[in-house]
Write a protein that binds this ligand. Structure first.
Ligand SMILES: *Cc1c(COP(=O)(O)O)cnc(C)c1O
Length: 459
């Protein structure tokens, strides 16, 4: 029997999205504004200009414009690796013996190996447009640093990356990809910045965290003429660029009359999930259609499921603006789990507001069950998934198994954010049976919440 829906649904070049979609325009309850920690007043354009590129500040602060044109140069770059395929997971469905119809949008088909390139190229473009010399950033697992290095080499910008020290040591191959693309990579915390020296003095021997690396990158950007800081997740501008994922998915599904019942994504800072669900969430917000939307996070870093919805610092050094978000506290250092991209203490303020308003769900999953799902997926679908992406696979498989039990033929869509070739040490632990599951205790979380900034009444 001929299959109606192909294994891979591609779009033609003329079907590619030409605008990003700003879901904030359709939100009744807007995400809370970023605050200046010195004055506790909302950040305005001029406050953010020393840190971020001008155009990106405008995108960051814009809660009302529904669509932003994607500049021609970015569209051209996108054409090198987009559209990304939307895959019908026929083999996984068969393996699970489920009546569910499973689809995934695969973002791993570029050298950086993840969706992060979608925003990296946009941020590099705007820096170049403004006549800047270079950008600085942090990277944890290394995906963002890799993507930014590629984007900067394309536009001939300097790229300085502070890489969390333990990753710098454990992931030499990621580091070398970045250097191959011309980036300067420094293990963080380092002696090269004031904040780095301060953190090292307070915590000698620390192997670093994303929060520390952000502080160092911001310091260098604001002290080096012609440089700005860029961030690979959490910010609303990043989520905006990542809507390319959801817009392509929506176009492809509409072409075949497919309507997902459940949409699933892993959530670190929220950019891939936000980007995937934005067009669907827009329909939901406008009352046109309903979808179940599920964020999946590691049980070891459970921002949504165990965090507080509060204003917090975005970085350990407390040099960044305050954001209202689901957070575990800026001092929270998750135990050594292997999904480096999901180790951030906070969450996109857009997704935080949507979750707070009951428009999406969240669940936390344990590491070993995530790798079990990764293994099942790799063996039948052929792609070796990133540990981060495998959180979404876990939830998709669980939903498909529920369908097997109830006999419902639900349509499940999930985001497969990247490949796991640089994560083989983690796979090795799993294969050797030495991987464990760790969670923060309530006491640990309470200690971390106690350090949340004290806010004026009502914020
Ligand atoms: C960074 C990363 C994530 C998590 O980041 P989000 O901003 O939450 O999307 C997920 N998967 C991969 C492969 C990543 O590199």
């Amino acid at each position: 029997m001929a299959q109606e829906i192909p294994y891979k649904i591609f779009l033609n070049e003329n079907e590619l999205p030409k605008q990003w979609y700003n879901v904030r325009a359709d939100m009744k309850n807007k995400p809370a504004p970023l605050l200046n920690p010195a004055t506790m007043k909302p950040m305005v354009y001029d406050d953010l200009r020393p840190v971020f590129c001008d155009e990106l500040v405008k995108q960051e602060l814009d809660d009302t414009t529904p669509f932003f044109d994607i500049p021609e140069e970015i569209l051209e770059f996108y054409k090198m690796y987009r559209p990304s395929p939307l895959v019908r997971a026929y083999c996984l469905e068969k393996k699970l013996n489920t009546p569910a119809k499973i689809y995934y949008k695969f973002e791993g088909n570029n050298t950086s190996g993840s969706h992060k390139l979608n925003s990296a190229i946009a941020q590099a473009y705007y820096a170049k447009q403004q006549g800047l010399k270079g950008v600085t950033t942090e990277t944890g697992a290394g995906q963002w640093g890799t993507a930014l290095s590629m984007a900067c080499s394309y536009f001939e910008l300097d790229c300085k990356v502070f890489m969390v020290k333990c990753s710098y040591e454990q992931k030499p191959f990621r580091r070398e990809v970045m250097r191959t693309y011309g980036a300067n990579v420094t293990p963080s915390p380092s002696e090269t910045t004031e904040v780095g020296r301060r953190i090292l003095a307070a915590h000698p021997g620390t192997t670093g965290s994303l929060g520390c690396a952000i502080s160092e990158a911001v310091e260098v950007a604001t002290h080096t003429p012609g440089n700005r800081y860029v961030l690979g997740s959490v910010l609303s501008q990043v989520l905006l660029h990542q809507t390319i994922i959801g817009l392509e998915t929506k176009t492809a599904m509409d072409k075949y009359g497919i309507v997902p019942d459940i949409i699933i994504g892993c959530a670190g800072g929220g950019s891939n999930l936000g980007g995937l669900v934005s067009p669907f969430m827009g329909e939901k917000l406008r009352g046109e259609r309903d979808y179940r939307i599920i964020a999946v996070e590691p049980a070891s870093c459970p921002s949504f499921t165990r965090g507080k919805f509060a204003y917090d610092f975005c970085d350990t050094g407390m040099v960044c603006p305050l954001a209202k978000m689901y957070t575990l506290g800026s001092n929270f250092i998750p135990s050594a789990n292997h999904a480096g991209g999901l180790r951030y203490h906070g969450m996109s303020s857009i997704l935080s507001q949507l979750y707070h308003d009951g428009l999406m769900e969240a669940r936390a999953v344990e590491q070993t069950s995530v790798f079990e799902a990764a293994e099942t997926f790799a063996r039948v679908e052929g792609i070796l998934p990133a540990p981060e992406s495998s959180h979404a696979i876990r939830a998709a498989i669980d939903e498909a198994i529920k369908c097997r039990e109830t006999g419902e033929a639900k349509t499940i869509l999930f985001g497969l954010t990247g490949t796991g070739y640089f994560d083989m040490l983690a796979y090795e632990k799993y294969n050797n049976g030495t991987m464990g599951d760790q969670f923060p205790t309530d006491e640990e979380l309470e200690a971390s919440f106690a350090a949340l900034p004290k806010m004026p009444e009502g914020l």
